[in-house]
Design a binder for this molecule. Structure first.
Ligand SMILES: N[C@@H](CCC(=O)N[C@@H](CS)C(=O)NCC(=O)O)C(=O)O
Length: 220
């Protein structure tokens, strides 16, 4: 089965969503996918035939449809292995997965999932405020953890000194933190420093024009 960067590439994304991380990483790999915008409200039966989970990002490489951020970032990295977008050696790749699973499972799934989609956690709408309150605390706990981990590592990027897909995913949560009115720069300086470094990359500047996920850029 062929799997290479000569095959047609399609990325389904939603404005403001996590899917920008896949687009950034594709651009970092030197790849220009066909971009297909799908609003959350339009994730109907037709979209469900593509991704029954009704979520973005979705990446198609030829006839292979790939979902879930860690899998998508792995696929993109494999399309241009020279760019080492999942780490330069085995240990860095292990660390990349350690980050991605945590970001995807805890910060995205539990934190932002609970805050923006409390109905996924409880049936009783009267307790949504409690779910949201707990989710906001989970988000802040994650930011504290991320900031501490980056401070301790003292590297230019989250996995060593080169950009990986993890940095694109971390940028999403930095921007979402600002969206939910957390003072990211004051509260999490090591995380903010990484995010500002990532925001300067050409891939990010190009992707932001498409995704409407912007931040008033204040240089630290
Ligand atoms: N576990 C999935 C989560 C993807 C996800 O939650 N995507 C959001 C956008 S950031 C989505 O499509 N949400 C649709 C909805 O909530 O209706 C992944 O890692 O790709």
């Amino acid at each position: 089965m062929s799997f290479n960067s000569k095959l047609p590439l399609k990325l389904w994304y939603s404005p403001g969503a996590c899917s920008i991380a896949a687009h950034i990483t594709l651009l970092e790999a030197g790849l220009q996918p066909e971009l297909i915008c799908i609003e959350f409200a339009d994730m109907t039966e037709e979209f469900a035939r593509l991704n029954p989970k009704r979520k973005v990002p979705v990446l198609a490489v030829g006839d292979q449809v790939i979902t879930e951020m860690p899998a998508i970032l792995t696929a993109i990295s494999a399309l241009n292995p020279d760019r080492k977008l999942m780490g330069k050696d085995t240990l860095e790749t292990v660390r990349a997965y350690e980050w991605l699973n945590y970001l995807s499972g805890v910060l995205h799934g539990q934190g932002y999932g609970g805050l923006w989609r409390p109905e996924r956690f409880v049936n009783d709408a009267s307790v949504y405020p409690l779910v949201k309150e707990k989710a906001r605390q989970t988000i802040k706990d994650c930011y504290t953890f991320i900031d501490g981990k980056l401070k301790q590592a003292n590297t230019a990027y989250s996995v060593g000194n080169s950009f990986t897909g993890v940095d694109a995913f971390l940028l999403v949560f930095y921007l979402w933190g600002i969206r939910i009115k957390i003072d990211m720069d004051a509260g999490y300086p090591s995380y903010a420093a990484l995010a500002h470094r990532v925001l300067e990359r050409e891939s990010v500047i190009a992707a932001q024009k498409v995704h409407r996920l912007k931040v008033k850029y204040v240089k630290l």
